[in-house]
Design a protein around this ligand. Structure first.
Ligand SMILES: N[C@@H](CCC(=O)N[C@@H](CS)C(=O)NCC(=O)O)C(=O)O
Length: 297
C-alpha cells in the first residue's frame, strides 16, 4: 500500500509532497481560459471539497469543468463511473500516468487537467482554490465574493497554515498515526486548534470578520466531516463539533449557503472513509449515525 511510504520512523503520518505544481496563470504555459480546464474531485475528499465550494461561490460552473469520481476507491484508485466524458478515461491514474509515466505516488484528487495541452497541470490542492480566486477573476459572476482580498492575504495565509497543521491535516495525523505518541501529539493539536477557533468565532461571523474568505472555505470541509467521521474513524474523540457552541453555529451558518450545502454529501463522505480506508477500519463497516441536524437554526 502506497500510504506506507508516508509513515515515518516514529509512526507519524507525513503527507506526500504534491507532484504537479505548475500554475495556471496569464502569460504562462497554461493560461486561464474558459472551457480549458477540468477539475477531478470527490465529494468525500476535504481537499477537493474546497475547490467545489469555490467554483460554486464564484459562479465558475460554465468556465471550469468538474468530473466527480466514485467515493469508493479500489486498488486501482479513484474510478470515474461510466468513464470521463472529457478524456474518456475510467481511472484517474490514467491521467497521472499520461502526464508522467514514472509517477509512483498516490493518484489524488483534487487535480486539474488541461484539455488543450492534454496533461495534468496541478494536484497542488492549496493552490487550486487560490487560482480560481485570482487567475479566473475575469470570469467571476457579478457580485461574487472576494475570497482572497489583497489587504487580508497575509492574515489569511497565516491562519490557513494554523488550520492546515492543526486541523485539516491534524485529523489525518491522528487517524493514520502508528504509535500512541504520534497519535497523542496530533490529537492534542487538533483540539487545541478547535479551542482557538471557537474563541475566535465567538466574536466574529467569519474567521476574518464579516466577510467570507478562503480561510472559511478551508475550515468548513474538516468541520463537516468531524462528527460523522473524524470523531470515531480518526479517534478525534475528545469533543465533538456539536460541543463547541460558536464553531457549531458557524458550521451550520455556512451549510445554509447553497455552495457549501450542495457540495456536502454526508453519505459519500461516510462511505468513502469507512469503506475505503481499511488501514483504519478493516471491516469496512459504515456506522449508523451520529444523528445531527445541520439545518437547525
Ligand atoms: N494531494 C494531497 C492531498 C489530496 C489527497 O490526499 N486526496 C486524497 C483524498 S482525500 C486522495 O485522493 N487519495 C488517494 C489515495 O490515497 O490513493 C496528497 O497527496 O496528500
Amino acid at each position: 500500500m502506497k500510504l506506507e511510504k508516508e509513515i515515518s520512523g516514529g509512526g507519524r503520518f507525513e503527507r506526500q509532497p504534491n507532484r504537479f505544481t505548475t500554475r495556471i496563470e496569464a502569460g504562462g504555459e497554461h493560461p486561464p481560459e474558459p472551457g480549458r480546464y477540468q477539475i477531478y474531485a470527490s465529494y468525500a475528499c476535504p481537499w477537493a471539497h474546497r475547490s467545489l465550494i469555490v467554483r460554486e461561490l464564484l459562479g465558475l460552473r460554465e468556465v471550469v469543468g468538474v468530473t466527480i469520481v466514485d467515493p469508493i476507491r479500489d486498488e486501482k484508485g479513484w474510478r470515474i463511473p461510466g468513464g470521463d466524458p472529457v478524456t474518456g478515461v475510467e481511472y484517474l491514474s490514467e491521467l497521472y500516468l499520461a502526464t508522467d509515466p514514472g509517477y509512483e505516488g498516490r493518484y489524488t484528487v483534487p487535480c486539474v487537467w488541461d484539455v488543450a495541452a492534454r496533461r495534468l497541470v496541478t494536484n497542488d490542492y492549496p493552490q487550486i482554490t487560490l487560482t480560481l480566486e485570482t487567475a479566473f477573476a475575469p470570469w467571476h459572476a457579478e457580485g461574487a465574493p472576494d475570497l482572497y482580498p489583497e489587504e487580508l492575504r497575509e492574515e489569511i495565509d497565516a491562519l490557513n497554515e494554523v488550520i492546515f497543521q492543526g486541523l485539516n491535516n491534524g485529523v489525518y495525523r491522528a487517524g493514520f498515526a502508528r504509535s500512541q505518541e504520534a497519535y497523542d501529539e496530533a490529537v492534542t493539536e487538533v483540539f487545541a486548534t478547535l479551542d482557538l477557533l471557537e474563541e475566535r468565532l465567538s466574536t466574529r461571523r467569519h474567521l476574518h470578520g464579516d466577510a467570507l474568505t478562503e480561510s472559511d472555505v478551508r475550515l468548513y470541509p474538516t468541520l463537516a466531516r468531524f462528527d460523522a467521521v473524524y470523531n470515531s474513524h480518526f479517534k478525534c474523540a475528545v469533543r465533538r463539533l456539536t460541543d463547541y457552541p460558536a464553531l457549531w453555529a458557524y458550521a451550520r451558518r455556512l451549510y445554509a449557503v447553497p455552495a457549501f450545502r450542495d457540495t456536502t454529501d454526508f453519505d459519500q463522505i461516510k462511505r468513502h472513509y469507512f469503506v475505503t480506508q481499511t488501514n483504519v477500519n478493516p471491516s469496512g463497516i459504515v456506522p449508523r449515525g451520529p444523528e445531527i441536524d445541520w439545518t437547525a437554526p
